[in-house]
Write a protein that binds this ligand. Sequence first.
Ligand code: SF4
Ligand code: SF4
Length: 146
Amino acid sequence: MVAQEVFWRRKTLHEMTPSEWESLCDGCALCCLQKVEDEDTHEVFYTTAVCHLLDFNNCSCTRYEDRCTLVPNCVKLKPDDVAEFHWLPPSCSYRLIAEGKELPEWHPLLTGERNSVIETDASVLSIWEVKDNEISDEELLDYVID
Ligand code: SF4
Ligand code: SF4
């Protein structure tokens, strides 16, 4: 019997089932960092200011179901948005797959451990400095990642 290739190598993002799509997220929450966009070039820069709705114990969202209502710039990724994935963190699984790359070895789908992204310091918990509701919009610029 020939072993079947894992779904993320066998399927395109559009072909994945909803549960496969969800499982592709490594739980890093790097996309929960606030970003600033250069008005002229539209280049996106990440900051170390993180959304105040993050659960700092396990790197999950405390209000996942209501996230897009409570935080208007919270991003709900969909396969149709693949062309815009360039602004996602370079390690983001959706971006990696969209670019035809492999998942990192610490990805939960490879380790079988949900926390492996945290344990390898690949999550937002390793880089955040401040919650976004503790600073002003002007102060956000002080937290831009070089
Ligand atoms: S950056 Fe990508 S992989 Fe990480 S939490 Fe956000 S959507 Fe998931
Ligand atoms: S609302 Fe939740 S998912 Fe959205 S940015 Fe904040 S912590 Fe992340």
